[in-house]
Design a protein around this ligand. Sequence first.
Ligand SMILES: [Zn+2]
Length: 123
Amino acid sequence: MLQVTRWSPDTCGCILEYEWDDTLEASARTHSFKKAVKLCEHHKALLGAKAFDQVMSENTRKNTVLGEIQKIKPDITLEDYTWSFDANRKLKVGFLGKLKAGEKSSLQSLCDNEFGVNKIEVI
Ligand SMILES: [Zn+2]
């Protein structure tokens, strides 16, 4: 049956609800937009489903970077990871100075390839 989950992402102040089908295997489940309970200042200009896509994409981007850096440098943990979004919603990521210059540029290239140029900046 269809389940509704209320989601407050850690990447902005939106509160969104999405629907998913609990009769499907976890790997086959999709999250479809149900309704916007609250849209934050960054996303209020978007229609509900578009805002959901945008918030989901920002949140996925933020979570994916940690996995990418752990492939390059496995001892990086969640506690080392600092991130913020600038006014253009570009994600700026840092690792408390634990990356060498070469590791930073490797991560930057990976991010540019996966998400496009100017979506993520490794600082
Ligand atoms: Zn938002």
